[in-house]
Design a protein around this ligand. Structure first.
Ligand code: DUC
Ligand code: ZN
Ligand code: ZN
Length: 435
């Protein structure tokens, strides 16, 4: 089948006072060992400056061992940023921009910025992505926990409940509807957010929902583990939810409400996680998954009969290539496509853990997890890079994949805009006549 494409990762990202421990080499080695042959990472601007952010990520990616693309985060708004977005799309092959509705005081955007951003994305044919949590309310919830003396990792989940994810998801969807542009919601972690997406889709809106592996198969019970090192591993945002949300998200993936699976691979080792041992607000947010995704989705979704093998290829690879407009170069086995191919043995079995994974982290949120389905061979652009449990990867062999604008999600947008303008003709004439 085609190699996996992970739409959501954070390699070597400066975040919460530290840097994620997997870089574009170790992250790629881990990915290839797990049957993923491409990913799209998030460029974080430097002091709001996109060009400087891209330069820094280009440098980080010099050691890449597989193909990669970039999304760009937007953290500030001014004329310069607006112009830089255009340059990113037209000259640098970036067709997606992410807006953080959380992380007040650092990455968070206001509704005003989000509206400007949605408008700009639309004019460029670029896809707007949101991290949907109400950042103001999260800050309030965190203070509530601290005031109650709840400082441990469980405070993380309690401070930002599903209602805040549902609210932000709904708000982003409605603003995207007002602008009439497609929207991609990253890491859908709760029933609350998923139902907003389901409703918008029913009404014909172009909204993409991306669940991540941790949200699909884990639950928040780990956050109550009395051992800080264990509990803190599971801190990510939005939080891993109470049991029940995971199964509902799986059902939504089966039915097509949610369309493709990412990881939000964002790894920190136990020393980095310990920055928050006296205050959950200082625990760097993030979990692993780039190496585990293909195996866990096979085991939990195909092996259990929840999705077909064809759907598996779609949610782990093809859909991502189509959304980001690189199909069929990626996401397909066809004449002319890149030879990114994997062989997965459904009879093979896996046991996951920090002692055997290829990530640099000394922890793994899937520690001890067993299942069926094993990627036995990974081929990256025609080269066998993983076989018989052995990696053969070369730093610098990865290629940057440009993602062109105006993907299929934009089909027909012009027509609906024209219909909207036509609907305004009568009131315009009335106003003119009155004048
Ligand atoms: N959530 C995480 O857990 N890590 C990186 C960024 C994010 O939004
Ligand atoms: Zn996020
Ligand atoms: Zn993320």
């Amino acid at each position: 089948m085609p190699g996996g494409i992970d739409p959501h990762t954070h390699l070597e990202m400066e975040f919460m006072g530290t840097v994620t421990i997997d870089d574009f080499f170790s992250g790629h080695a881990a990915a290839l060992a797990g049957g993923t042959t491409m990913h799209i990472d998030f460029v974080i601007p430097v002091n709001g400056n996109l060009t400087a952010g891209l330069e820094s990520y280009k440098h980080k990616a010099e050691k890449s061992a597989m193909d990669y693309g970039f999304h760009m985060a937007i953290t500030k708004w001014n004329d310069e940023v607006s112009k830089e977005m255009e340059v990113m799309v037209k000259e640098h092959g970036i067709n997606s921009f992410k807006f953080f509705m959380a992380y007040k005081g650092s990455l968070m955007v206001t509704d005003d910025l989000l509206l400007q951003g949605l408008q700009k994305c639309k004019s460029l044919g670029a896809l707007a992505m949101v991290h949907a949590e109400n950042g103001d309310a999260v800050a309030e919830g965190q203070q509530r926990m601290i005031d109650l003396g709840i400082t441990g990792p469980e405070g993380h989940a309690l401070s930002r409940p599903p209602v805040l994810e549902g609210e932000a998801t709904s708000r982003a969807i409605r603003l995207a509807k007002f602008i009439n542009t497609p929207l991609y919601v990253v890491h859908v972690m709760s029933i609350d957010a998923m139902e907003e997406i389901a409703k918008a889709k029913r009404e014909g809106q172009r909204v993409i929902g991306e669940p991540v592996v941790s949200g699909l198969v884990l639950d928040d019970s780990w956050l109550w583990d009395p051992d800080f090192a264990t509990a803190s591993k599971y801190v990510m945002s939005p939080p891993i939810r109470e049991a029940g949300h995971n199964k509902a998200l799986q059902a939504a993936l089966s039915s097509g409400i949610l369309q493709l699976v990412g990881t939000d691979h964002c790894t920190f080792n136990s020393t980095q996680k310990a920055f928050g041992s006296d205050d959950f607000r200082k625990i760097p947010n993030g979990v692993n998954g780039i190496e585990e995704r293909m195996h866990i989705i096979w085991d939990s979704m195909v092996e259990t009969g929840k999705i077909t093998v064809t759907d598996y290829v779609r949610v782990t690879s093809t859909e991502c290539a189509k959304i980001f407009n690189i199909y069929p170069q990626k996401g397909a086995i066809m004449e002319g496509s890149d030879a990114d191919i994997i062989i997965l043995n459904p009879k093979g079995s896996f046991v996951m853990g920090a002692h055997t994974h290829h990530s640099r982290s000394n922890t793994n949120v899937y520690e001890g997890r067993k299942g069926k389905g094993m990627v036995e061979v990974t081929i990256s652009r025609g080269r066998v890079v993983w076989e018989d449990g052995t990696l053969n990867v070369a730093a610098g062999s990865g290629r940057y994949i440009r993602t062109p604008p105006f993907g299929y999600l934009f089909d027909g947008i012009e027509k609906s805009d024209a219909a909207y303008r036509a609907s305004l003709r009568a009131p315009v004439q009335r106003s003119k006549a009155a004048a």
